[in-house]
Design a protein around this ligand. Structure first.
Ligand SMILES: C[S@@+](CC[C@H](N)C(=O)[O-])C[C@H]1O[C@@H](n2cnc3c(N)ncnc32)[C@H](O)[C@@H]1O
Length: 298
């Protein structure tokens, strides 16, 4: 069996027939559930956060057979320059090569490894003491409440009827929405399986359900009363305003006529044109601390 984690650039020849294990690709297998000692190869496009990356590498190593090969790479400035040391720290002999602004590290499982359990534990799901919420390294703002989210939560009026939380993360906005008894159903959607799993633990209200999916692919139901969101503006670590703009258009497609979108965004992000094109009325409700809160009515 061959495993792949994420989407390494084509220059690394990712094996086409490998089992995808990234939590950011809906439908993928969970790396942590791959049977130990079962894989011949693991190609890991290592994530940028150190705790997350070390846990992913440790899970991949645990999944490899003796003699199995690890092929891990990351952009130099997003953890790549630390990969070799991290892998050597597990007791591996590592061949390291610069390639296409990345570092690529290859190693064979041939020696007893150390520190895997600790790395896995440090990247595992837990209840964060500051927030009281379930989360884990790698999830958006995993150990704090994002300031933009907090700004929106403060402005939200009581919602009514059926709605969605697009890019719900661990469920912070969902919890705010569900304080209104007039909400009858809420669907939270996130691309990150780890966030969805945490949201299910954090939001146990029976009116809420969470889906692991790309919000951009949701059917345009046109039947919702409200949408709340703090849309993503990074894709693969790069700022990508098209992602947020696609969320704005999708929110409009989900809403019925007269339905309302409540959204927060960094002030510098250009969402006004898309909001004005997709909604009948757009109002800036609050502008502070670098954020803008919009109410948009379809
Ligand atoms: C700015 S964060 C907001 C998270 C959460 N709502 C909060 O306020 O803490 C954006 C979220 O969108 C998710 N996301 C990114 N791309 C997505 C997509 N295409 N479909 C669904 N969710 C996505 C990210 O995983 C992240 O959890």
């Amino acid at each position: 069996m061959k495993l792949i984690y994420g989407r390494p650039p084509a220059v690394f020849d990712p094996p086409a027939e490998a089992t995808q294990t990234s939590p950011l690709i809906p439908g993928s297998a969970a790396l942590e559930e791959i049977a130990p000692g079962s894989a011949d190869l693991a190609m890991i496009y290592a994530p940028p956060g150190a705790l997350e990356r070390r846990a992913v590498l440790a899970h991949a190593l645990r999944a490899l057979k003796p003699g199995g090969r690890l092929d891990a790479m990351a952009p130099k400035d997003k953890g790549g320059s630390r990969l070799k040391k991290e892998l050597e720290g597990f007791g591996l002999t590592v061949v390291d090569e610069p390639k296409a602004h990345h570092r690529r590290c290859r190693a064979t499982m041939d020696s007893p490894l150390t520190g895997l359990d600790e790395a896995i534990e440090a990247g595992a799901a837990r209840q964060v003491s500051d927030t009281g919420l379930w989360s884990r390294p790698g999830v958006f703002a995993w150990d704090r409440i994002d300031a933009g989210t907090a700004t929106l939560a403060l402005q939200l009026p009581p919602m009514k009827g059926v709605g969605a939380d697009l890019g719900c993360g661990v469920g912070v906005l969902s919890l705010a929405v569900l304080t209104s008894e007039a909400v009858t159903a809420l669907t939270g959607i996130d691309l990150d399986r780890r966030a969805v799993e945490a949201a299910r633990l954090n939001v146990t209200d029976p009116r809420a359900a969470f889906e692991w999916a790309d919000a951009r692919t949701l059917p345009a139901s046109g039947d919702m009363d409200f949408v709340v969101m703090n849309p993503p503006f990074h894709d693969g670590g790069q700022e990508d305003r098209h992602l947020g703009q696609a969320f704005v258009r999708k929110a409009a497609e989900l809403l019925k006529k007269g339905g309302t979108l409540w959204m927060v965004a960094n002030r510098h992000l250009p969402y006004e044109a898309d909001l004005n094109a997709a909604f009948r009325r757009v109002r800036v409700v609050e502008e502070s601390a670098g954020y803008k809160v919009f109410e948009a009515t379809k």
